[in-house]
Design a protein around this ligand. Structure first.
Ligand code: CA
Length: 236
C-alpha cells in the first residue's frame, strides 16, 4: 500500500515540486498551505507522514510540530529554509524526527523519507514479526530494536517517536555504561551542526514520561551527574 504523505507548505511552487517528487517516487501526496489546513487534512485522511515547513501564514511550524506531537507520534520531517542551529534544535526538541533544509539534495530527501517510513511501518507490525535475536526485555518492557517498537507486558505499544526508540536502543545496547550527552547525540542525529546537551535532556525527559513508573525517580534511564545518562534497568 502506498504511503500518504502530507506536505504542509505555503509556497505553492515549492509545495507542488515536493509533491511531484514524492509522487514520482511512488508515494501519494496530500497538500496543505497552512496549519489550519494541515489539521483538516489530518482529520480527513489516513496520513503516514508529515513534511512541515516552518514559515507558515497562520502558525509557526515549531508550534505546529508541538501540537502534532501532543496528539500523535506520526513521522514528522521539517523541511525549511531556516538553516540555523536554534531552529534545528527547537524542532528536534519538540519531537520532529528529522530536520532538512530546502537546499537538500532530492535523492537524500527521498531516502530520509523512505527510511523513516520503513521504520514506522516495522513499528506497527510489532509482536508477531519480532526477531528474537534482537529483542531486549527490561522492567516489563520488550524492546524490538530492528522493529523500532517498545511494548509493555499487556502487549500495548509505547507511543514513542522513531528517534526516541533509537535513543533507548542505543542506551540499552550499552546497558550499565554511562554515555555522555555528546555520544547520545551522535547516536541519534545525522543532521545537527553542533552538540546540544539541552536536546538530549529534553529527549530523555520525554521518554521517561512514557516508560518510567515515576518519571521523577527514573529507574531505567538514570542521570549520571556531570557525565550523562545510563541505562540502569536489568536486561532479562
Ligand atoms: Ca513558507
Amino acid at each position: 500500500m502506498t504511503s500518504n504523505i502530507l506536505i504542509v507548505e505555503d509556497d505553492e511552487m515549492i509545495r507542488s515540486l515536493i509533491s511531484e517528487r514524492l509522487k514520482h517516487a511512488g508515494y501519494s501526496a496530500i497538500e496543505a498551505g497552512s496549519g489550519e489546513e494541515m489539521f483538516e487534512k489530518l482529520d480527513q485522511s489516513n496520513i503516514d507522514m508529515i513534511i512541515l515547513d516552518l514559515g507558515l501564514p497562520d502558525e509557526d511550524g515549531i508550534v505546529l510540530a508541538r501540537k502534532i506531537r501532543a496528539r500523535s507520534s506520526i513521522p514528522l520531517i521539517i523541511l525549511t529554509a531556516r538553516k540555523d542551529k536554534e531552529n534545528r534544535i527547537a524542532c528536534l526538541e519538540v519531537g520532529a524526527d528529522d530536520y532538512l533544509t530546502k537546499s537538500v539534495d532530492t535523492d537524500e530527501f527521498l531516502l530520509r523519507v523512505r527510511n523513516l517510513l520503513n521504520r514506522t511501518k516495522a513499528n506497527t507490525k510489532h509482536t508477531i514479526l519480532n526477531k528474537p535475536d534482537n529483542t531486549l526485555q527490561f522492567h516489563g518492557w520488550q524492546l524490538d530494536i530492528d522493529g523500532f517498537s517498545l511494548i509493555d507486558e499487556q502487549g500495548v505499544e509505547a507511543d514513542l517517536t522513531p528517534a526516541e526508540i533509537k535513543l533507548i536502543s542505543v542506551m540499552a545496547n550499552n546497558a550499565g555504561r554511562v554515555l555522555s550527552r555528546d555520544q547520545l547525540l551522535d547516536a541519534i542525529s545525522t543532521d545537527i551542526d553542533g552538540p546540544s546537551d539541552r536536546m538530549i535532556d529534553a529527549f530523555i525527559s520525554r521518554i521517561r514520561k512514557k516508560i518510567e513508573s515515576d518519571p521523577r525517580k527514573p529507574e531505567i534511564l538514570v542521570t549520571v551527574t556531570g557525565v550523562g545518562y545510563k541505562f540502569a534497568a536489568k536486561i532479562d
